[in-house]
Design a protein around this ligand. Structure first.
Ligand code: HZT
Ligand code: MN
Ligand code: MN
Length: 409
């Protein structure tokens, strides 16, 4: 009985421990000697004080958790607890993916030099992601989709705003005058960190980059539970268009690429069905609690409108599409896609790496049947410059978390 009573008052012990750990808010009881009697008495009187002084972080110890005598743990309650644990797991996975993203981008930021082939940049980034996630050899992984690259590394230059990554044999070289968007995806249990920035060597583009960086930060500030998507677009547009950039003697008002947008992210699905506009578009859809969003904005010196063009590199399995029975030669390729990527986006280089050969005809067939979606490069008008900044945010009940935020951007 007395032993149990001692157990029951354990939180008081915790309290003393906690206050000692968190910075000696309470005087520790150091001595029981008689010479200290006066002081001891004074101290115990002082122990009765506003409890927030004992718990400066306002995190109080939980009581003892006991089951009900009757089996009152309802199925609904069990589902609630399981849901809660799933969310904590997702958030932790997102933090892991984001920490890897920060390390991968710091590594490449320290190596970028004019005259580097885009192929080398892609390989440096993707090899680092593979190493950090333990996904170096998909073929020997027990679960090749458990973690790794979240989507192909976007390395889009100048008028190309998004979805360029080199295919095999590509000889494109990064030049001093280029405006490069680097878009990196890292996934842990399908939870994708989607985060991008724009790299330039020449300071003449600085105002363009500032416009887009500030526009993205505005989108992040406006985002929240029950916020209408159109209102986020309107705020982004206002900030973006408030900037001018002078390049080679010509002044441009920075325009948002109005047909590009951010998006929600659900496990193994880079585009969860909601689009976050970067102009006022009237979409009354609201953001909701627990959603993950990629907030990305694109600014341009061109029309502010992108069109697909150039050789395609990015693809993703369409999870909903019915698989027709006569896929022929494409069936083997589809099995590889399902095994190694599922619904995660992939690029031709990743198929090459798996040892797939002469797959292009089959891949095109899968695209034509709607089983795979192609994501060709997206380009503003020739001669224009586009910039992008992107972060992934998590809508917790009481706060939002810019999970991919780093010291760089
Ligand atoms: C598609 C394919 C990929 C999603 C946005 C994006 C890079 O433009 C609705 C809104 C990777 C991503 C995506 F391989 N796209 N974020 N980062 N691209 S999107 C889109 O197709 S669909 C935006
Ligand atoms: Mn992205
Ligand atoms: Mn995105």
């Amino acid at each position: 009985m007395s032993n149990e009573a001692t157990e029951t008052i354990a939180p008081v012990t915790n309290a003393t421990e906690q206050s000692t750990q968190t910075g000696a808010v309470e005087q520790p009881v150091t001595s029981h000697s008689s010479t200290n009697k006066k002081k001891k008495k004074k101290r115990s009187k002082n122990n009765i004080k506003n409890i927030t002084l004992i718990y400066p972080d306002e995190k109080y110890p939980e009581g003892e958790w006991l089951d009900y005598n009757l089996k009152r743990t309802t199925e609904a309650e069990e589902r609630y607890v399981a849901r809660d644990q799933t969310r904590e797991q997702e958030w932790n996975d997102m933090r892991k993916a984001s920490e890897i993203h920060r390390r991968v981008r710091r590594n490449i930021q320290n190596k970028l030099k004019p005259d580097m082939p885009l192929m080398d940049i892609a390989n440096i980034i993707e090899d680092a992601t593979r190493k950090f996630t333990g996904a170096e050899d998909l073929k020997t992984m027990a679960n090749p989709k458990s973690q790794g690259i979240g989507f192909p590394t976007g390395l889009s230059l100048n008028s190309c705003a998004a979805h360029f990554t080199p295919n095999a044999g590509d000889k494109t070289i990064l030049r001093y005058e280029d405006v490069l968007k680097i878009d990196i995806g890292v996934q842990v249990n399908g939870n994708i960190a989607d985060c991008a920035w724009t790299h330039t060597f020449d300071p003449k583009y600085d105002n363009l980059l500032t416009a887009v960086r500030e526009a993205t930060y505005t989108g992040i500030k406006e985002a929240g539970i029950d916020v209408r998507l159109t209102d986020i677009g309107e705020a982004i547009q206002e900030v973006m268009e408030s900037y001018e950039v002078e390049i080679d003697g010509k002044v441009y008002q920075v325009k948002p690429c109005r047909n590009l947008c951010g998006h929600n992210i659900v496990p193994y699905t880079i585009h969860g069905g909601k689009s976050v506009p970067i102009v006022k578009n009237g979409d009354q859809t609201k953001m909701e609690e627990f959603e993950h969003f990629a907030i990305e904005t694109f600014g341009s010196t061109g029309r502010g409108f992108v069109v697909p063009g150039g050789e395609c590199s990015h693809y993703a399995r369409n999870g909903n599409a019915p698989v027709s029975s006569h896929l022929g030669n494409a069936k083997k390729l589809l099995q590889s896609i399902d095994t190694y990527f599922g619904t995660l986006p992939f690029c031709r280089r990743y198929l090459d790496r798996l040892g797939e050969e002469k797959y292009l005809f089959s891949l095109n067939n899968l695209v034509r049947q709607g089983v795979v979606t192609d994501y060709p490069p997206l380009n503003d008008e020739p001669g224009s410059y586009t910039a992008q900044f992107e972060h992934t945010i998590l809508l917790h009940p009481h706060k939002k978390e810019v999970v991919t935020k780093g010291a760089d951007y």
